[in-house]
Write a protein that binds this ligand. Sequence first.
Ligand code: GYE
Length: 306
Amino acid sequence: TASVGSGTRKRDPNKPIVMGFAQVGAESNFRLANTRSVITAAKEAGIELIIENAEQSQKKQIEIIRRFIEQKVDVIAFSPKTETGWEEILQEAKDAGIPVILSDREVNVSDDTLWTAYIGSDMVDEGRRAARWMTEQLTEKDHYRIVELQGTEKSAPAVGRKKGFEEIIRQYNRFEIMESYYADYTFEQGKQKMGDALRKYGKQIDVVYAHNDDMALGAIKAIEEYGLSPGKDIIVISIDATRPAFQALVTGKLNVAVECNPLLGPQLMKAVKDLMEGKELPMKIITAEGLFTQETAKQELQYREF
Ligand code: GYE
């Protein structure tokens, strides 16, 4: 467990809690749903939220956090663009006695007292689940060639999702990642990189493993433009399981979506309130998640909130 530490500033309990949230960007459906969730949950919890968009720039994200420190907010939350490069700004927050909560992406810093809690998914496990589905489904051929579309370079979900996936496929000799591209979690780059892969390898590609829905949907578009049938000629695997992915499952263009839940607002607000009441937070608050196939998506689509 982590505590606020003796350095925490005293706050007036009659005033609303002020939280600064440095959002990483607006790159994906996950991200848009996450931003909406944080805004709604803050309102419901009576927490005063200052939310800013770093537009995929770590430099901007650091500047936003620095402004929050200057404004003396009670707590800071952010989804760190990459895993590394946060020591200095986190130290500044710590020195100011402001606790920092990591939302849906972890950091890699040697001193774990620089952050208070992580709320989000187990990214390595998501990669494992994607791979397990694949190894169970694809059993007929001796050799399956995979194109991997990774998220943002050095971001925690990209690192974790690759690691977990490789950990499983290593146990089989029929799977090979023939090429891995960074596509920044966006539809556009997913489409572009998949187009590159198709021009290079054509029909040799059996599987696309995309680290998120948006890139998978971009890849689906590229496969169609190339004249092949996504979901049939090329198996498409994605992570997040947002509504557009469900639609692609239902139409048979996507084969599987591993869930990564962006609706972290309520948990985040609860953590913030607990923290402000002096309670200890667990260091990691991990979301429980499912996996959806073409068979289960039809049922589930109507209930999908994101
Ligand atoms: O999977 C992707 C987004 O950090 C878990 O970031 C998040 C990832 C999510 O852009 O769609």
